[in-house]
Every structure is written in C-alpha cells, then in structure tokens.
Design a protein around this ligand. Structure first.
Ligand code: ZN
Length: 391
C-alpha cells in the first residue's frame, strides 16, 4: 500500500505541527500549500486579522460550477493536564493504531485528501475538486466563516462538501447546532429595606430564566415526530446564574449563561423572538420605569449552526455511492457543516476515526480507518475521471 504509506508520512508531519487553536497554524498551512502546489493545485491562503492563522483553499480542475470540497480543520484541542502515554505531537504507531493529537480530529482526513491531490490533478476533471483546510474550528468555527465570505465572492461556488470529521466513515447528514449566550442584567443598587427604589437585577434574571424554562417546554412540542435526534427536540440549558452581593443589598447586576441546541434554525429564531418580546414588553418597561438606564444585554458567545437534514442532498448521495451504503445518520457533535450549508452547498460529514477518541489523551486513528478513507477518495477520483461528453 504505497498510498497508505505516503498518507501516514504526511499524517506524521501534520501531527508534529502543534496547531492548538490558541496558537498559530501557519507552518502547517505552508506545509500543506507546498504539497498541494507540487501536486498541481492552485492554492489560496487567507490570513485572519491577527495574521497568525490562515485558511487554505486549493483547487484542481477547471473553474467551473459543481465543485466538490474536501474539508477539514487544521486546529486541535490542547493537551494540557491530559495523561498522555506518548508525545502527543509525534506520531506513534502501535498495533494498527496511530496515536497523536489530531490523529482522528482531523489530521487523518487532511493527510488522506492531500495524499490524493496529485491523483485528482492528473484527471480530466469536468468540475473542480477543492481542498479547504480551516483554522479555529474548535473555538467557534471562525476560519470557516471567513472562508464563506471568500467563497461568496467567487463566480462558481462549490456544490458539494465532504467534511472529514471522525464518523468511522459513516455517513452523517445532520447534527444539531450549538448556540451559547450570556445574558447580562443591569439594574440599580439600593438598600434591601426599600426595594421599590432600586432595580433588582437578580429578580429580573430569575423572571427571564423562568421564561426560558417555559420556552424549553414549548420546544418539546415543536419536535418533529420523525426526528432521529436524541432527544428529538431543541434543548435549552441554563448553565449558570450569578448576581448580587449580599442579603440586604438590591442587586445591580446579574448574569445567566445558557445555551440551546437547535434541531432547526427556526427553533432558535423562535426562542430569540420570544425572549426579545418578553424583554421589550415586560421586563424592560418595568426596570426602566424606576431606573431609565437599566438594560438587558445578551452577549453571543458562539452560534454554531446545525447541519439540517434535507431530502435532496447530492453530497450525501455521492458519498453513499462511494462507500456503498445508503444508511445516513445524525450525530450529537457539531462541525463546520452548517456554515457551508447556510452558504448554499450540499454537505455531508464522513471521515476516518471515532469521535470517542477525539479531544482525549492518547487520541488515535485506526490504520484500517485511514485505509477506508483513502478507498473512498480513490473511488471519488475514479468517478470524476469521466471523459468529457462530446457535443
Ligand atoms: Zn473536529
């Protein structure tokens, strides 16, 4: 298996770049750019505002519609305080398993795609094949968002995206989103003996929290009975409620940290709309009648879009034809998929390794998984290698 050997060499190099999200990924991006350029790809590097991180977007084949994107994130989660048996940033092979930070999440897929770049470049492609390697997926998908702005400007947007997050090569056509917020309540302080002279932020936070819990129940009623998610509805979690200073002081500040995991973005819009209405109609008028500067401010910590299951999904169908199975599933973990989907592309998540190993000490990728991934990509190359129809 010459191809598998080459892929493992690349994977070893990739693991050796410690691309923890807080640090730069530029060396790894430069390495991949060099490999892809040598293979014959046209490479675009997109720096972030800090200049320390970059996306790579590379293309082989014609500038034409219908392109297929092979996508992966370049960053990895930290290894701090994790009991590793090996050097996390050096690839170690043992008993058919490849150990190293990022081996399954998701440098294995990036290595496989890169190893096949020259193969794709050698075909008479009718539509382009793209390689999209992003930054900052693990801390909010900032790279993918920036990439979308870039792709929106292109004449031909890609049509399909395969995201190689670890699914053990199963076809994943949907996952929930993850929206996180901190809602801040600003009231006015005063003595506990005269509550009508102050605006108690803790009291308003509690009323807001109670409204959130009502909405949490409403969301159960909005669930699609056919939904395959577990649980099938959009969930809400009140993670933390803090505020105030002492028994006898009217609290001027309070905060609620909460999240929702929407099955559909319409559920998220529903919750946001209901909260907005509750604040503008009920809470704020009451607060501001005592203290005009009182306010409620919701800070967006992160809004990772879900991958919504759709009937027509050419990317899912393509991967099904390559892997020979029609079983498509949904998962609980989030990816960049929703960002590509919102941009109008068909998206499927399918990649080597198991999410059970991701983010943990002794993260590994089974070599057999890497081989299956290469097999899928080789079949993709075969499929795209069709002579042009004559007209
Ligand atoms: Zn990942």
């Amino acid at each position: 298996m010459e191809l598998l050997g080459r892929t493992k060499d690349i994977l070893g190099d990739l693991i050796a770049f410690p691309t923890v999200s807080r640090d730069s990924n530029l060396e790894m991006i430069a390495y991949l750019a060099e490999k892809l350029e040598t293979a014959g790809a046209q490479v675009d590097i997109q720096l972030d505002l800090s200049g320390t991180k970059a996306n790579l977007f590379a293309t082989v084949g014609p500038d034409a519609p219908g392109g297929i994107v092979l996508s992966g994130h370049s960053d990895v989660v930290p290894v701090d305080d994790q009991p590793w048996s090996f050097d996390p940033f050096a690839m170690t092979e043992q008993d058919g398993l490849i150990y190293g930070r990022g081996s399954c999440d998701m440098k294995g897929f990036i290595a496989a795609a890169t190893a096949l770049a020259d193969r794709f470049a050698g075909l008479e492609l009718q539509r382009p094949v793209h390689f999209a390697f992003t930054y900052d997926e693990e801390i909010g998908c900032f790279g993918a968002r920036a990439l979308m702005q870039q792709l929106e400007k292109r004449e031909h947007k890609p049509a399909m995206v395969i995201i190689g997050e670890p699914t053990e090569m199963r076809i994943i056509e949907g996952h929930k989103g993850c929206y996180e917020y901190s809602t801040h309540f600003h009231g006015s302080e005063g003595h506990g003996s005269a509550p009508e002279l102050g605006v108690n932020a803790v009291e308003y936070a509690v009323r807001y929290a109670a409204r959130l819990l009502e909405l949490k129940d409403d969301l159960r009623g909005r669930a699609d009975p056919m939904s395959r998610f577990n649980p099938p509805w959009t969930t809400v979690n009140l993670g933390a409620l803090t505020g105030g200073s002492a028994h006898n002081v009217i609290a001027s500040k309070a905060r609620i940290d909460w999240e929702m995991r929407p099955v559909h973005s319409s559920d998220a819009d529903f919750v946001k709309g209901q909260l907005e209405e509750y604040c503008t109609r009920h809470l704020l008028p009451a607060m501001q009648s005592v203290y005009p500067e009182a306010e409620i401010v919701t800070e967006v910590i992160g809004e990772m879009d879900g991958l919504e299951v759709v009937d027509e999904n050419a990317a899912r169908d393509l991967v099904a034809s390559l892997t020979g199975t029609n079983d498509a599933d949904v998962v609980a973990f989030g990816t960049e998929a929703g960002i590509f989907q919102k941009c109008g592309m068909n998206v499927v998540v399918c990649g080597p390794g198991s999410i059970m190993q991701a983010h943990k000490a002794d993260e590994f990728l089974a070599e057999s998984q890497l081989a299956s991934c290469l097999d899928m990509l080789e079949k993709l190359a075969d499929k795209l290698d069709r002579p042009a129809p004559r007209n």
